[in-house]
Design a protein around this ligand. Structure first.
Ligand code: IPM
Ligand code: MG
Length: 360
């Protein structure tokens, strides 16, 4: 009997529907090859959900997500919704999805593919061979700490407040994911904090150091976040696995992504202790090219591969997709964002078809 999985699809906004359509086709082919049956159910999130229901994460969407084995998300947001009050923004939908599903661990790989090395803005010798994983804490820290808000002081001046807070258990659970991840990779973990200034970071560093006693096979180092940003650009090859808090991870994962020069290629996974994970490309909804068949579907396809690997425990199927992505690049197929001289320019759908051919 074929293994059955219920997958919630969240196409979202902008190029989302185009790239997720390609990922569905790829998953169908993978299903046939590996005797897996995917039951897809689609739901609204972000701007399209705001337009249809008045809220960025309708309760029905959350319910469908909870009743599935994994969630494949494309991208959310667009100019149209940028001026709405915060609780109605597409981003708020994404943040409440993360927190409602308890997705505290965000895995963001940044790998330089030899075929795309010239897409990097850095020198070849600096980026060649870069292969790192940023493990970002996703449901705590300054993104969610209380108190927060814009308050009026006694003198009548407004004061904006956010709170960066972590409990020991929040640090321990992300720390464990990071050590386990590093153990399966290059056995090197760099923890990034600001413990020279912030108490919350001091606690972070103490807990990560304490945890390292259970992972003596993993070499642990610590960096302050400003230095880490500098080291990422100066010599990115020194990093294998990085673990850091929500805001620092938001910033460093964008910098790490840009080392590759091709953010259109990067997937991510958000995982909780139990229940479905959410798998989504690192890039946004690219409203400027939406509906024009110009989007690069490969990050979405690689997100489906991460879903198979980390969400559904089907590593062979994930490997197969990742190999097919390398193959289409070797065949010199490129979408506009990664195009260079002498390569063949394809649209989103044609890239999907090339990929399916490569899977056969
Ligand atoms: C990300 C994004 C989100 C974040 C936004 C869209 C809320 O930048 O996934 O990195 O800040 O976490
Ligand atoms: Mg970000």
């Amino acid at each position: 009997m074929a293994q059955q999985y219920r997958i919630t699809l969240l196409p979202g906004d902008g190029i989302g529907p185009e790239i997720i359509a390609v990922a569905i086709d790829v998953l169908k082919v993978i299903g046939e090859k590996f005797a897996l049956t995917f039951k897809f159910q689609e739901a609204l999130i972000g701007g399209s959900a705001i337009d249809a229901t008045g809220e960025p994460l309708p309760p029905k969407t959350l319910e469908l997500c909870k009743n599935s084995d994994a969630v494949l998300l494309a991208a959310i947001g667009g100019y149209k919704w940028d001026t709405l009050p915060r609780h109605l923004r597409p981003e708020t939908g994404l943040l409440s999805l993360r927190s409602s599903l308890g997705l505290f661990a965000n895995l963001r790989p940044a790998t330089i593919l030899p075929q795309l090395i010239d897409a990097s803005t850095l020198k070849r010798e600096v980026v060649e061979g870069v292969d790192m994983m940023v493990v970002r804490e996703l449901t705590g820290g300054v993104y969610f700490g209380q108190p927060r808000g814009i308050f009026t002081t006694e003198t009548g001046e407004r004061r904006g407040v956010n709170t960066m807070a972590y409990t020991e258990s929040e640090i321990d659970r992300i720390g464990k994911v990071a050590f386990e991840t590093a153990r399966k990779r290059g056995k090197k973990l760099c923890s990034v904090d600001k413990s020279n200034v912030l108490e919350v970071s001091q606690l972070w560093r103490d807990r990560i150091t304490e945890l390292s006693k259970d992972y003596t096979d993993v070499e642990l180092s610590h960096l302050y976040v400003d230095n880490a940003a500098m080291q990422l650009v100066r010599n990115p090859k020194q990093f294998d696995t990085i673990v850091t808090s929500n805001l620092f991870g938001d910033i460093l994962s964008d910098a790490a992504a840009m080392l590759t020069g091709s953010i259109g290629m990067l997937p991510s996974a958000s995982l909780g202790a139990l229940g479905p994970g959410v798998f989504e490309p690192v890039h946004g909804s690219a409203p400027d090219i939406a509906g024009q068949d110009k989007a690069n579907p490969l990050a979405q396809i690689l997100s489906a591969a991460m879903m198979l690997r980390y969400g559904l425990d089907q590593p062979a199927a994930a490997d197969r997709i990742e190999q097919a992505v390398l193959k289409v690049l070797d065949q010199n197929y490129r979408t506009g964002d990664i195009m260079s001289d002498g390569k063949t320019l394809l649209g989103c759908q044609a890239m999907g078809q090339a990929l399916i051919k490569a899977l056969m």
